[in-house]
Design a protein around this ligand. Structure first.
Ligand SMILES: [Zn+2]
Length: 402
């Protein structure tokens, strides 16, 4: 399904994607288009199957995005593994497969050929189910150079077999369906903006804090990449001049203060060592004062960095996602208590700080949102089946016995 790429049409579709079902009057008010233009656009989008009516009562119909047909494949590529997901809209099922669970890929480093093999498997499964793949997205856990379409040079060491590969070209040539390619943090931000705490925000920043820190900006309804493709890489903002040396060569980067490793390192050895950020958060929730304190201080560091972002860009909302988001009010309390965030009121900043609503699978869900937007469709909310993945093994076993 392709619709007219006229700017007004894109405005109407963009409004429905971020705000959900709406009357034609409210679409006209919010987009600044005339009622007659909105009416004309809605009629033509209905004819093309991109939108449909949802009746509120006998007289009033809301316009909403039509449900998607077929299926969408997403790939998440990190230096440790590849995760592939099939979102099958006809049968309303999500199927996940991870490279380390496949005997032939278990011990190999993630390569483009491995990713293609996993995408082909899911595409073939989709065909067996009569739900042809209509698009695919590739999320790279690392920076992408916008000019070459390859992984940025400083990340080559982590994904060596990808360094010369124009990712978009590679998958489009082999799969012949629309392909979206982006950095993991950008996709996570798109998920949070589409279906989480960023819904309806004109300008939005989502921070993903887990093993690393990445940020994704959504500006004017789309991911903001900047000229280089590296916009939102806030992990290397310098927070403490005399802080620890970071692998990027600077001292006191946010990365050396607010990632899983930094948080674990900051905890004193009290006889029950914590090995993951999940452990620290769990202990803090159970009342461990040292764990609470270190998460609060992580919030302070984030506040210092994000206050600068607010001064430069001024997003309407900033959400904290990734594993650290699970610390909820503890980390948010630290962030709001930082002097730099408190001082924002002096410049009249109304930026809202919050915890992301989509903490698990934000990358895959954002990759899905990106494909839906690329094929001119979308969804107003996440359906429960999209967040309940089934492993490929059980799915194929069921197909074989059924
Ligand atoms: Zn750094």
């Amino acid at each position: 399904m392709r619709v007219d790429r006229n700017a007004n049409v894109q405005d109407v579709l963009g409004f429905l994607r971020s705000n959900g079902p709406a009357s034609q009057a409210s679409i006209a008010r919010s987009t600044g288009l005339s009622r007659a233009t909105v009416n004309h656009i809605v009629q033509s989008l209905r004819d093309q199957g991109a939108v449909q009516y949802e009746w509120k009562n006998k007289r009033e119909a809301f316009v909403c995005l039509a449900s998607t047909q077929g299926s969408v494949i997403t790939l998440t590529v990190s230096d440790a593994l590849i995760k592939a997901s099939l979102f099958e809209f006809n049968g309303q099922e999500r199927i996940d497969v991870v490279s380390t669970d496949l005997p032939e890929h278990r011990d190999a480093a993630p390569s483009p050929a491995m990713a293609l093999d996993m995408a082909n498997r899911l595409a073939s499964l989709a065909r067996q189910r009569g739900a042809q793949a209509v698009g695919m997205a590739v999320a790279i856990v690392g920076p992408i150079d916008r000019a070459s379409g390859t992984i940025a040079q400083w990340a080559w060491q982590r994904l060596p077999s990808w360094k010369q590969v124009d990712i978009h070209k590679y998958f489009t040539r082999h799969l012949r369906i629309p392909v979206a390619v982006d950095n993991d943090a950008n996709f996570a931000a798109l998920a949070e903006w589409s279906w989480g705490s960023g819904r309806g925000c004109g300008d939005f920043l989502n921070i993903t804090c887990s093993e690393g820190i990445g940020g994704g900006f959504i500006i004017n309804g789309g991911i903001y990449h900047g000229g280089t493709g590296l916009a939102g890489e806030i992990g290397h903002m310098v927070i403490e001049d005399a802080g620890d040396l970071c692998f990027c060569g600077s001292r006191g980067c946010l990365t050396s203060l607010a990632t899983e490793r930094a948080i674990l390192k900051a905890l004193p050895d009290l006889g029950s060592p914590k090995t993951t950020l999940h452990d620290v958060i769990e202990s803090a929730r159970l009342g461990d004062a040292a764990c609470q304190r270190v998460l609060f201080e992580t919030g302070l560091h984030l506040g210092r960095a994000l206050a600068t972002v607010v001064r430069v860009i001024g997003p309407s909302a900033i959400s904290i996602g990734g594993t650290l988001g699970r610390a909820g009010d503890i980390v948010l309390g630290g962030l709001r208590a930082s002097a730099e965030v408190i001082n924002l009121s002096a410049i009249g900043s109304g930026t809202r700080f919050c915890i992301a609503e989509i903490l698990d699978d934000a990358i895959e869900l954002g990759a899905l949102a990106s494909v839906l937007s690329q094929i001119d469709t979308g969804m107003n909310s996440l359906a429960p089946w999209m967040t309940r993945p089934q492993p490929l093994a059980t799915t194929t076993a069921a197909a074989a016995t059924g």
